[in-house]
Design a protein around this ligand. Structure first.
Ligand SMILES: Nc1ncnc2c1ncn2[C@@H]1O[C@H](COP(=O)(O)OP(=O)(O)OP(=O)(O)O)[C@@H](O)[C@H]1O
Length: 580
């Protein structure tokens, strides 16, 4: 039942190629029917010999038919596989595209909870493993099962006793096969999980190589990496070892149709209840039963794997989506309001409790508070990275969920400390802010963000590739490119996660200038770590333990919020220390 459900889902996923896949199955079945012809021809020729037919044309015609059947089988089989592969690769491409379209509509937290190793395993390996069930199992298993059925029907017409005897070895072989298949689905699921753990360990090892070297963790980290590879190899080894004996017995028993046919047939022939002609015909045709059945057996494991494959692909395709209207709505202004918002990343773990705040259009609003108090979480909720389930966030009086996600992303530029740079040229990375921007616009944004000079000093200038995540650039350079990208986007709302890193005096001045240009005339939300940068903010919200603790201007808060006052004193203390 489970396998039936999985195959039905797999078939549903292949919807765009149903026509081609059905044609491939028909072609394979036709090929198998043609492939039966040599057996029938052999049977007819033996009949001819027994009946004393000496006409050479008779034997020549059957030989020709046998040859034609054999050739047609090869042609239709090749045609079937070619159609099924073309169809399947188009399905795999379609599924991968669907996954890539789906990811941006899922809450960011859900996506980030899946390790990149596991994500790669699903998008690359699991999708790839649909190739066997779609391109091979469908045409080959169907046709390999149909062939023996046709033979069996013919045998039943010839002599039902012999027909039934020719089947005896099949259930015997299937019993051994059944012991392997009993928990095959579960075992395969376990194998996928060990592979995902191995992938995650490898990706983490490579991604964290800098930390591993800096903290001399090579031995520990490599140990985890090596352990996961060993665990993966041992899992497969033990699993395959447990399958080997019953599988070999099944494959040895299945083709032994002659063990039952020969003695019984001989006895019936001697007693006169079976003609020699039928006896020999049954012997020849029964040989055509085992081959296709063994070939079909090779696909049974693919049936058992289908459940795990569709479940892991569906964990993304059917994953929770952010639910937003898709029709654009007019916004009167960019006033942002949060009303009694409570939020947690995971069920039962609330990190924001009943947060209400107002960010006036065109003003500078800052969030300050201790580390982990929830500043970035509020900013990300405003940026539409997650949907709130308790309370409401609105822009210009329109609830965020009534605004299409793409409009929110167009309307808000989010500049964080670690804006990701793609392994493309600097020009392409900046152009992500506005894909239609001309080279001149890109360069103007770079100038305004204070990075034109350093870009031009690079050997290939704007055409320099930045490496994965911008690894070939310094932290400050990466940040300025992110700012240039946001400038090009020119969104009316800018959310700025203020940099704590790269604050050497020279860089700080350049970045502050770039930021000042970025936020000119915009509604700005700053997640502030250095209070001296937001003393002239129009409004400052002090966040503590996921709640709004106080709000006001710098002067008001110094008088009214003990937390803000102590944070200010601590900040001033550090500043004084820096000067010394
Ligand atoms: N993706 C996530 N999944 C689960 N929990 C998260 C996630 N991001 C943040 N948190 C948790 O939510 C709480 C608030 O985190 P948040 O990043 O909003 O704080 P913050 O005030 O911005 O901190 P900081 O100043 O250190 O950046 C913390 O307890 C944090 O561990």
């Amino acid at each position: 039942m489970e396998t039936k459900r999985s195959m039905a889902r797999l078939w549903e996923l292949a919807e765009s190629e149903h026509g081609r896949l059905i044609r491939s199955v028909l072609s394979a079945v036709f090929g198998v029917i043609c492939g039966m012809l040599p057996y029938f021809a052999a049977a007819r020729m033996i009949s001819g010999l027994f009946s004393g037919n000496r006409q050479i044309q008779f034997y020549a015609a059957w030989c020709l038919l046998a040859f034609a059947g054999y050739t047609a089988r090869a042609v239709f089989y090749a045609l079937a596989l070619s159609m099924s592969h073309n169809g399947t690769f188009s399905v795999l491409k379609h599924i991968r595209e669907q996954i890539l379209k789906k990811l941006p509509n899922m809450p960011l937290g859900t996506v980030m909870d899946i390790s990149s190793g596991k994500m790669k395993q699903i998008i690359v390996d699991q999708v790839e493993s649909m190739e066997r069930p779609l391109a091979h199992l469908l045409p080959e298993m169907t046709s390999n099962l149909m062939g023996p059925v046709f033979i069996l029907i013919y045998l039943l017409i010839l002599d039902w006793r012999m027909a039934l005897l020719s089947l005896v070895s099949i259930p015997a072989g299937m019993i051994f096969m059944g012991t392997v298949m009993k928990d095959y689905g579960e075992k395969y699921e376990g194998a996928v999980k060990t592979s995902q753990r191995m992938n995650a360990a490898i990706v983490e090892y490579i991604g964290g190589i800098e930390v591993i070297k800096a903290f001399n963790q090579g031995r520990n980290s490599y140990g985890r990496y090596a352990d996961s590879i060993l665990a993966n190899a041992s899992y497969y080894y033990n699993w395959m070892k447990s399958c080997q004996l019953p599988m070999s017995i099944a494959k040895a028993v299945l083709p032994t149709t002659l063990i039952t046919i020969l003695p019984a047939g001989w006895a019936w022939y001697v007693t006169g209840s079976l003609s020699a002609e039928t006896f020999l015909t049954v012997i020849i045709l029964s040989l055509g039963v085992a081959g296709p059945l063994i070939a079909a057996m090779n696909f049974i494991d693919d049936l058992a794997k289908a459940g795990t494959i569709v479940d892991s692909v569906d964990s993304i395709l059917k994953g929770e989506e952010q639910i937003h209207k898709d029709q654009p709505v007019p916004w009167p202004d960019s006033d942002i309001c949060a009303d009694h918002v409570s939020f947690g990343y995971h069920e039962g773990e609330e990190v924001l409790h009943d947060v209400s705040l107002r960010i006036a259009a065109g003003q500078l609003t800052a969030f300050v508070g201790p580390s982990g108090s929830g500043k970035s979480t509020i900013a990300k909720l405003i940026g539409g990275f997650w949907d709130v389930k308790k309370g409401k966030i609105s822009i210009g009086g329109v609830s965020l969920q009534d605004i299409p996600l793409s409009e929110i992303y167009d309307h808000i530029a989010f500049v964080s400390q670690d804006n990701y740079l793609f392994d493309e040229t600097i020009r392409d990375n900046i152009r992500m802010g506005k894909m239609s921007a001309s080279d001149q616009e890109v360069e103007e944004a770079a100038k305004a963000a204070g990075c034109d000079e350093f870009i031009r000093s690079l050997e290939q200038g704007y055409d320099t590739k930045v490496g994965e995540g911008g690894a070939h650039l310094s932290g400050g350079e990466r940040q300025r490119i992110s700012i240039a990208r946001a400038m090009l986007k020119d969104a009316p709302v800018v959310i700025l996660d203020e940099a704590t890193a790269y604050i050497d005096p020279e860089n700080e001045a350049v970045i502050q200038n770039a930021v000042a240009r970025l936020v000119e005339g915009k509604t700005v939300i700053v997640i502030a770590h250095r209070l001296s940068t937001i003393t002239d903010a129009d409004r400052i919200y002090v966040i503590r333990h996921g709640r709004v603790d106080a709000c006001g201007t710098h002067e008001q808060l110094l008088k009214e919020s003990s937390l803000y006052e102590s944070m200010w004193k601590a900040h001033i203390g550090v500043k004084e220390g820096e000067k010394l």
